[in-house]
Design a protein around this ligand. Structure first.
Ligand code: ADP
Ligand code: ZN
Length: 674
């Protein structure tokens, strides 16, 4: 809306985006609105009605008409209107006589009448009554009787128009809502316009590569794109072609948008940003038209960057589920995108950057050379990258001396850049809430815990019995994983309930690129340690192990079906790395194999469970000590385990683990969702 106003107040140029169809009225005159005409017509209509009819007649009754007016011979004529009402017209001479009965001034009936009216039940009865009266009064009472059908055009008209008008209003409202925020600010003709946000000369992108921490490889790849945009001749002179697009692939919050913005900022070119879901609308053809419009605008502003976030919303593989009634509108949009990407000249200087966290479900056609021919992987940051991201986001905070960036980086395994930005902000808020002048280390730890597990639930009601179960369960995980050669060594266990989590265990995953069968089996065994402990100690099992069981099932399924680790099923893999086929309806194996897979999975899990129980039985003393310690302190660390069970003979030595310890939460006990 604001944009439209600038145009009308003599702004010399349409400020952003497409040229808008001018909506009547020239510059500097208030906009003419057709609504006003209707208003004027309506007022005139009522006014004419009022003045021609004068005041309305006064109500009376048959008795009064008969006993006074007819008796004295004051009535000129009676008109029966619509068979329901009689209008009485007085003789001119009698008008003054009845003046006292009329309202004062304007309300009085016009002199020509009708002056009185009364409602009649049935015309027949009325005629009879009138006849009787006339014979009674003779010549004096003589009146003319006429009949009239009167239409109330106004209310009939309104009755007719009511629903069409209502429909029209609803229709307008829907269109307004739909095109709101779009290129044209609430005009129904702009539904098909692209909804891209544009950052150009007026609102330039000021993001630079300095603000993007870590992501060294991605940055290197993308710096080349900046080079293309800055000096295209260098590449085209040799006959090379500038890439049309690059796809940023990675989990959410890892800085894909940030990276794309940095490209625009560094190259100093306009930046169009929109999300894949912005293309999709409930009307057929809108998506395709928006794509067309986006590319038209982009070509006008070339060289520039078009950034499409969450491109999987439109770029999903086509026709995977033909029998499920695929989404035609989305396919049309995708087809249009493909056509547009093919259509523009390679060297026109428009570079498309797409972002997604699901590259596997994207349509193959999108990844073909000449479209998104570069894939840039943006991964979750490791500890070194996290340190750098922290440095970026700690800059604006007032820090106390005890805050150590390396420590913070170590405490945040698995966090994305967005999570880290969130931690910094949250820590500042926590410090402010406690009226501190500086943000302290503890504030960061609280913020981390809060983001990992949600709010600490101090008042969550957990009975002593439940707490004991959770403690023994977690101690079970800790004990088994400590005593198995290939399981990840434990870093920390807590039974402080947070959010949906009842307890959690942090492990130190080894750095490995391939995983052996023994390692997987040990992991499964450690994950089952929780339930095994419950069964051994309390002789009953609880719902608390749901998460563990889910993980175990997934791991063993992948062992059998993907990694060929089951002798009976053999060296086959039913994994589909192309992501194009859909196995939900037709499995690539026979019923018999399906049964075999099930029995193999069960076998693996059962063996691991027996093994876990065995370990716990043999080390019941240590397990009990650990659980009691956990009940007492709520958090235990590697040192406590070492005290109880002794150092692990196979693990790395302490100083080998330096400089950076990368821990990950591998077991988290959540409330089952029932
Ligand atoms: P994505 O698009 O990958 O989902 P964003 O680029 O929107 O993630 O990142 C969200 C926020 O997280 C950014 O605005 C920034 O504050 C922070 N962030 C993410 N990655 C980084 C990084 N590598 N360096 C600095 N900040 C980052
Ligand atoms: Zn568990």
């Amino acid at each position: 809306m604001a944009e439209k106003e600038t145009t009308n107040n003599g702004g010399d140029k349409t400020p952003k985006g497409a040229k808008k169809p001018s909506v009547g009225g020239s510059k500097n005159t208030p906009k003419f609105n057709p609504i006003y005409i209707y208003g004027v017509i309506l007022i005139a209509f009522f006014a004419i009605q009022y003045y021609t009819s004068g005041g309305s007649p006064v109500e009376t009754s048959w008795q009064e008409v008969k006993n006074t007016m007819l008796k004295n011979g004051d009535v000129e004529k009676i008109v029966v209107v619509n068979k329901t009402q009689s209008d009485i017209y007085l003789k001119e001479a009698a008008y003054e006589k009845y003046k006292s009965k009329f309202p004062q001034n304007f309300g009085a009936p016009a002199k020509i009448g009708p002056h009185f009216y009364f409602t009649i039940g049935s015309v027949d009865v009325f005629e009879k009554n009138l006849e009787n009266a006339l014979t009674e009064f003779g010549e004096t009472g003589k009146v003319t009787l006429t009949y009239e059908i009167r239409h109330d055009y106004l209310s009939e008209l309104l009755g007719w128009l009511f629903f069409p008008l209502l429909l029209l209003a609803v229709w307008f409202w829907v269109f307004r809502r739909m095109s709101k925020g779009g290129g044209g600010g609430g005009n129904i003709f702009n539904v098909g316009k692209s909804q891209a946000k544009i950052f150009d000369k007026e609102s330039r992108v000021s993001t630079t590569f300095k603000e993007v921490a870590g992501l060294a490889e991605a940055k290197q790849e993308i710096e080349e794109i900046v080079e293309f945009l800055k000096n295209p001749e260098r590449y085209t002179k040799l006959g090379g072609k500038i890439p049309k697009g690059a796809l940023l692939v990675g989990p959410p919050g890892t800085g894909k948008t940030l990276l794309a913005k940095a490209v625009a900022g560094e190259a100093d070119v306009p930046f169009f940003s929109m999300s894949g879901s912005d293309f999709v609308e409930m009307f057929v053809g809108v998506g395709a038209s928006r794509v067309r419009d986006l590319f038209k605008q982009a070509k006008e502003k070339a060289p520039c960057i078009v950034f499409i976030d969450e491109i999987d919303a439109i770029g999903r593989a086509r026709g995977r589920n033909p029998n499920m009634g695929s989404n035609d509108e989305r396919e049309n949009t995708l087809n249009q995108l493909l056509t547009e990407m093919d259509g523009f000249d390679t060297n026109s200087g428009v570079i498309i950057l797409g972002a997604t966290n699901r590259a596997d479900i994207l349509d193959r056609a999108l990844m073909r050379a000449g479209r998104f021919d570069r894939q840039i992987h943006v991964e979750l940051p490791d500890v070194v990258d996290r340190k750098e991201i922290f440095m970026v986001h700690l800059r604006p905070l007032t820090l106390s001396e005890d805050v150590n960036v390396i420590f913070l980086a170590k405490q945040t395994p698995g966090f994305s850049g967005a999570d880290i930005a969130n931690v910094c902000n949250e820590a500042a808020l926590i410090a402010a809430r406690n009226k501190k002048t500086k943000v302290e280390k503890q504030d960061f730890l609280d913020a981390v815990d809060r983001i990992v597990g949600g709010l600490e639930k101090k008042n969550k009601i957990i009975t002593a019995d439940e707490k004991a179960i959770i403690a023994y369960h977690e101690a079970g995980h800790a004990t088994v994983s400590w005593l198995l050669e290939h399981a990840h060594p434990l870093v920390k266990v807590t039974i402080v309930p947070r959010g949906k989590a009842l307890g959690a265990a942090w492990y130190l995953p080894e750095e490995r690129q391939i995983t052996t069968r023994d390692q997987m089996l040990d992991e499964v065994c450690a994950t089952l340690g929780g339930r095994a402990a419950e069964e051994l100690i309390f002789n009953k099992i609880s719902t608390g192990a749901q998460n563990d069981l889910e993980k175990v099932t997934k791991t063993t399924y992948s062992m059998v079906c993907y990694f060929g680790m089951s002798e009976k099923v053999g060296n086959v893999s039913y994994y589909d790395s192309t992501g194009q086929s859909d196995y939900s309806f037709n499995k690539p194996y026979s019923e018999k194999t399906a049964e075999l897979i099930d029995s193999e999975i069960k076998e693996l899990i059962d063996t691991a469970f027996i093994r876990a129980k065995d370990i716990l039985r043999k080390n019941s003393e240590g397990h009990k000590q650990l659980a009691e310690l956990l009940l007492e302190r709520e958090v235990i660390f590697t040192e406590d385990l070492e005290k109880i069970f002794g150092a692990r003979p196979w693990g790395k030595k302490k100083d080998e683990e330096l400089p950076f310890v990368e821990a990950a939460i591998l077991a988290i006990e959540t409330e089952p969702e029932v």
